[in-house]
Write a protein that binds this ligand. Structure first.
Ligand SMILES: *Cc1c(COP(=O)(O)O)cnc(C)c1O
Length: 352
């Protein structure tokens, strides 16, 4: 039995979203059909897609001139779609290497064209966000990973470029207010703060599309997906439906300001305990600490067995650290409650 789900992704979603999703599997809004069997061309699903898109725009205050797409292939396919659509054959892209995901994104671009790593925190196992680097002029785009899920670091200020600014926001989208207008394209696998795995959110400035000299395969072409309203082929109907339910939930919670405040309070609870408890130490540089993924180690390895037993007994799951960092990682996404954070804080305090 696990009551407090700290998994890094797929992760916790609100209970009332699960309930509504379960009802819709049997009967969608009383129409007598399951959400799993309706046509993606039906008026019911078109309404779901439109609602999901408009809620994304409303919650994140997306300015005019951007399209909201629900695609497939995860954030990992975006690693390839971004250079295919935005890196000219004679152009250049730059990447800030802040972890394994950023490195994978860079690898896809480098396989396709001219891409460089502009700054990296690999020297300290990605426990900080590089700063003070100079961004060269004339880039096609600069790519950043705003929150580094594995290492628990997060950009607090975004770099600027005279090229396009592209961000992988898989693990911190919808966690805080962001100024979308600073970005030309944002992508995020749904399974961290938005919904179940299966769909990928893309927010793209329309005017940047159809500008490269590359021939783009249809399924990789943002413009084709935008023109078809994310229905170029059969979209992941259920994932988008559940994401829509979660977006409704976010709105009902008070929108992004309320969500951000809740997340900051939860992160403060946990970091306070890590900092005052002599048995624990955080792995990320203080100023770069993530509000979504909190990574920490035991200072005394002989306590490992006792701690592992204690958190399991407290009905906590999913806090084992990623193998490349070790220790523990508590992912405190939107739907994780303060009560759950308190359960972990209490368990850590009792150990000391
Ligand atoms: C989880 C994650 C990914 C990978 O997402 P997929 O949807 O599994 O491809 C990419 N980037 C970041 C920052 C992530 O946290």
């Amino acid at each position: 039995m696990a009551k407090h789900n700290y998994a890094a992704g797929p992760c916790v979603l609100p209970q009332d979203v699960f309930k509504k999703a379960a009802e819709a599997v049997l009967d969608l809004d009383g129409i007598g059909l399951s959400v799993l069997e309706i046509s993606h061309r039906s008026k019911e699903f078109i309404a779901v897609m439109e609602k999901a898109q408009s809620l994304v725009k409303e919650i994140l205050s997306v300015p005019e001139g951007y399209s909201v797409l629900f695609l497939q292939g995860g954030a990992s396919l975006q690693f390839l779609m971004v250079p295919f659509n935005l890196l000219n054959t004679n152009g250049k892209a730059a990447y800030i290497e802040t972890g394994a995901w950023a490195k994978k994104a860079y690898k896809e671009a480098a396989a396709l064209g001219n891409a460089e790593v502009l700054a990296s925190s690999a020297d300290k196992n990605y426990n900080y966000i590089p700063k003070g680097f100079e961004v060269p002029k004339g880039l096609d785009y600069l790519h950043i990973t705003t929150n580094n899920t594995i290492y628990g670091t997060q950009f607090k200020e975004y770099p600027t470029t005279d090229g396009l600014l592209i961000a992988d926001m898989s693990s911190d989208i919808f966690s805080q207010k962001i100024d979308i207008s600073k970005f030309d394209l944002i992508y995020a696998g749904a399974q961290k703060n938005l919904g179940p795995a299966g769909t990928t959110l893309v927010i793209v400035k329309d005017e940047i599309l159809a500008k490269t000299d590359r021939k783009i395969p249809s399924m990789l072409d943002y413009q084709i997906h935008a023109k078809a309203d994310s229905m170029f082929n059969t979209p992941p109907v259920f994932s988008i439906y559940v994401a829509m339910l979660n977006l409704e939930h976010m709105k009902a919670q008070g929108g992004i300001e309320a969500i951000q405040k809740h997340n900051e309070e939860k992160a403060a609870m946990l970091y306070n305990e890590i900092d005052k408890n002599p048995l624990f130490v955080g792995t990320a540089e203080l100023e770069d600490r993530s509000n979504m993924n909190v990574c920490f180690l035991l200072t005394d390895e002989s306590k490992k067995e006792a701690f592992d037993k204690a958190w399991a007994a407290a009905e906590i799951s999913g806090i084992k650290g990623h193998r490349s960092v070790g220790g523990y990682r508590a992912s405190i996404y939107n739907a994780l409650t303060k009560e759950s954070v308190q359960a972990l804080v209490d368990t850590m305090a009792k150990l000391a």
